[in-house]
Every structure is written in structure tokens, then in C-alpha cells.
Design a protein around this ligand. Structure first.
Ligand code: NJP
Length: 231
């Protein structure tokens, strides 16, 4: 298919894998993240467009959608994947760090959707895919800020799903477990990672699956875990 897709957080990890898979399937991909250099590399590999942007900034988010429309004339898919996390006991958790996590994970999802929905409505079609986390369905020690942000991101997407379905627009939410990426300053490829973690490409395949649903079907939610992960 020659669909036009925005993928946020495309410079590495899950977003990069999604961008590469969509491009392999013929999509024109608009790659979004803050690191311009890494982004250019991914855009080169996908023969797509790099738009360096901070998704938590309203002007940047609008700019991303404007650039997609300017270069490719339309938008079919928005993947809200960019996200950050850090962990610690509530009593020691830095308040500014709390804001940073919510700015990217919650506000970033809100802003990209806000910029894309008017275009989707005008065409009576469009598919938004949000990458949240299984922690939008569970809680754990040291995870107050990240967990709360993922519950909130899920709520944004679930509410939006109800607002836009009558306009022919789909919203699908993916809830991954542990994924072997650079998340929270991790280094991918550690010992046993293949057993303990999903690969970014596993999550990309889940995105592909929800995007390939027939026109009359919306996959609202899809949860995916490494077989070894207890959750
Ligand atoms: O993490 P990582 P993942 N504006 O760090 C970008 C969720 N998840 O792939 O801006 C724009 O390798 C950043 O680029 P840069 C997780 O919550 C993960 O694992 O250049 N982009 C990079 O491309 C998140 O929602 C796991 O720093 C911004 C990307 O985001 C999603 O998966 C488990 C940005 C992050 O790549 C992808 O994370 C789970 C901003 N302000 C859910 N801030 C897991 N890894 O275990 C960051 O359940 N980015």
C-alpha cells in the first residue's frame, strides 16, 4: 500500500522498527523524534521524511502534521509511540521529572492526535495507533509517574476512539510488556534479552496486524508480552 504514516519516536527502539516495517510494506513514513542525526538515518533507510520535533510542544506537533501533508499530500496513519520513563520511590521522585514524563507520554499523544484528527475527519478515514504499555493495566513499586502517565495516555486514546469512530477514524492501542530498547537508558542486546524481552520488531508486527484489519473492523486493544514475563 502507498499509505502515508507519521511515526513518533522513530529514531530508535520500537518506533524505528515500526517505521522500517511500514516502509517495507510501501508506506511513505514521516519519522519524528528530537535527535536529528539518528532520525535522518532512519528516514534514509525508509526513504521517508525526517521531521525533528519535540512531541510535547504544540507548535512542533502541528508542524509534523503540516509537513506530512505538504510533502505527501495526505495522511493515513498516525503512530503515537514516542515515550519516556524513569523509576523510583514516590517520596524521592523529582517533580520536574514527573512533568517531563507526562509531557511526552500524555501531552505528546494528545497534541499529535489533535493536529491529525481534523485532516482525518475531512477524509472520513484515518488510523491512530498508540503505543502505551502493559503498565496501563497494572501497577508496581517505583512506577508511580510512568504508570500514571500510561494509564492517562490510554484514557486519551480510549476517549478519542469514541469521539471519532462515527467519522470513519480508527484508534488502536497496543500494550507491550518488556521490549529490548534504549528505554530508560537501557542498552539493548543484554544477556538473555531474547528470552526476557520482546524485540522492537515484535511490536512492529503487532502494529501491522491492527493496521491490516478490514475496513469495517477496529482492533481497539492488543496486548503483547514475552512468554517468560509474569505481569
Ligand atoms: O524507547 P527508546 P522504546 N519528542 O528510548 C523518542 C513504550 N514501552 O522504543 O527524541 C519526540 O528506545 C526518542 O527519540 P529522541 C514506551 O513507553 C516501552 O522502548 O531522539 N520524540 C526515541 O525515538 C514508549 O512509549 C517498553 O530521544 C521523543 C523514542 O521516543 C514506546 O514504547 C515497554 C521525545 C524512545 O525510544 C517506545 O519506547 C512498554 C519527545 N519529547 C512500553 N521523547 C520497553 N522498552 O520495555 C522521546 O510496555 N522521544
Amino acid at each position: 500500500t502507498d499509505q502515508v504514516a507519521i511515526v513518533s519516536g522513530a529514531s530508535r527502539g520500537i518506533g524505528k522498527a515500526i517505521a522500517l516495517l511500514l516502509a517495507m510494506q510501501g508506506a511513505k513514513v514521516v519519522c519524528v523524534a528530537r535527535s536529528a542525526e539518528e532520525l535522518e538515518e532512519v528516514a534514509h533507510k525508509t526513504q521517508g521524511l525526517a521531521v525533528p520535533a519535540d512531541v510535547s510542544d504544540a507548535d512542533d506537533a502541528q508542524h509534523v502534521v503540516d509537513q506530512a501533508l505538504r510533502h505527501f499530500g495526505r495522511l493515513d496513519i498516525l503512530v503515537c509511540n514516542a515515550g519516556v520513563g524513569s523509576f523510583g520511590l514516590l517520596e524521592h521522585f523529582d517533580a520536574a521529572e514527573w512533568d517531563r514524563i507526562f509531557d511526552v507520554n500524555v501531552k505528546g499523544t494528545f497534541l499529535l492526535c489533535k493536529a491529525a484528527v481534523p485532516h482525518f475527519k475531512s477524509r472520513h478515514r484515518g488510523h491512530i495507533v498508540g503505543i502505551t504499555s502493559d503498565v496501563a493495566r497494572r501497577t508496581f513499586e517505583n512506577g508511580t509517574a510512568y504508570g500514571a502517565s500510561k494509564f492517562a495516555q490510554d484514557a486519551v486514546l480510549a476517549s478519542l476512539r469514541k469521539e471519532v469512530r462515527s467519522h470513519g477514524i480508527k484508534v488502536s492501542t497496543i500494550f507491550p510488556g518488556l521490549v529490548d530498547t534504549y528505554f530508560n537508558d537501557s542498552v539493548p542486546g543484554g544477556p538473555d534479552a531474547e528470552k526476557t524481552h520482546l524485540k522492537p520488531s515484535d511490536v512492529a508486527q503487532a502494529v501491522r496486524y491492527v493496521l491490516e484489519a478490514p475496513a469495517h473492523v477496529v482492533i481497539d486493544e492488543l496486548m503483547i508480552h514475552p512468554l517468560t514475563q509474569e505481569w
